[in-house]
Ligand binder design. Sequence first.
Ligand SMILES: Cc1cc2nc3c(=O)[nH]c(=O)nc-3n(C[C@H](O)[C@H](O)[C@H](O)COP(=O)(O)O)c2cc1C
Ligand code: SF4
Ligand code: SF4
Length: 424
Amino acid sequence: MADLSIDFCGIKSPNPFWLASAPPTDKAYNVVRAFEAGWGGVVWKTLGEDPPAVNVSSRYSALHGKNREVIGFNNIELITDRSLALNLQEITAVKKAWPDRAMIVSLMLPCEEAPWKEILPLVEATGADGIELNFGCPHGMPERGMGAAVGQQPDLIEMVTRWCKTHTRLPVIVKLTPNITDVRAPARAALAGGADAVSLINTVNSITHLDLDSMVAYPIVGGRSTHGGYCGSAVKPIALNMVAEIARDPVTAHLPISGIGGIGNWTDAAEFIALGAGSVQVCTAAMLHGFRIVEEMKDGLSRWMDRKGYANIAAFSRKAVPNTTDWKYLDMNYQVIASIDQDKCIQCGKCYVACEDTSHQAIARLVEGNARRYEVKREECVGCNLCEITCPVEGCITMVPQPSEKPYMNWTQDPRNPRAEVVA
Ligand SMILES: Cc1cc2nc3c(=O)[nH]c(=O)nc-3n(C[C@H](O)[C@H](O)[C@H](O)COP(=O)(O)O)c2cc1C
Ligand code: SF4
Ligand code: SF4
């Protein structure tokens, strides 16, 4: 049976599934129940200086799909609203009772060295395994010069990370904000400051929707609203790309990454790990479905690893990174063509409309008596995938690679490229 245990920058955990810093990890009651359910570790809800933060009501909103499933989740919550002493006392007790689980403490303090110097020994005394620096919270805290206000300035990231490395022996994980143009800059800054790892993503600036009667966005707080942080499955593609960007960057290629953002099942986790993550963190999925989702995650990942012959997490970690490249290195001679399985087709015509109106007019609508039949015009099809994406019947349209005599040729080698480069 596959070994799910990890050693993430010196932090040991029986499996790669950690709960992200958020309401699921804001008190001993939750964390103990999470450990009972089987989570490998937690990043405790972000601690700050006393007096604790004060939250508003209401706090969350969501983007729902047609069946009321939550596609994206938005929150305007701040860091912990409990006292530092209470949190530290509970962290100490939980770590003592669960020594084999990873206990990481998230921190957010002003950009001055003194408060960091003061809090780090207190955190170390809890027995925690590491700290995570919350440079990502996009609401409320940036207005006070913290959270994303730090994460958007690489020089500040480097400075604060260095203070932490100076004042604690614990591994330092820098949590990055996605609300930035190029995530490689803050990751490089974290590395320059001595970070042992980065984690990403924190939430994405968002407004989910409005009440058009009162003309106020959600969540509504006394007739007003503010932007929040977006998370849940909607942000997974953004997070995966950012993780890959850091894993592919030669400067940060060996920096351990804890992947966060829209992870809800074992395949999501496997994807993050294949693209560079050494551990994964979950928030929204646990908030929506409870702690027991970790059972499916561990079981599914373990079975898949057995099927694939991966003995441990390291065996497939980063395996998809070399296959993720710049556009200019893709094979110009590769060609796929859509193929419709007529036995599965329900003649809804969605593929025809999509291709006819917005792609390459490569699907023919043939009327045979009262029946319709849809066929791909092979010579017109560019293999864009749109019909396959649009088709409501899974497996009805497949994209079939075409045999080619032509060798691999990327854009830098292509005679049609007016600015052909020297091949890398
Ligand atoms: C209600 C809520 C509160 C959060 N609080 C924190 C926090 O205190 N510190 C932090 O670093 N991230 C916080 N986050 C962000 C999560 O840790 C995580 O980075 C983000 O939600 C993306 O993961 P997900 O898609 O699994 O939710 C919070 C998220 C939510 C939804
Ligand atoms: S793959 Fe694109 S071009 Fe080809 S049939 Fe489908 S929608 Fe049309
Ligand atoms: S979208 Fe799919 S099911 Fe509908 S007509 Fe096209 S191939 Fe058939």
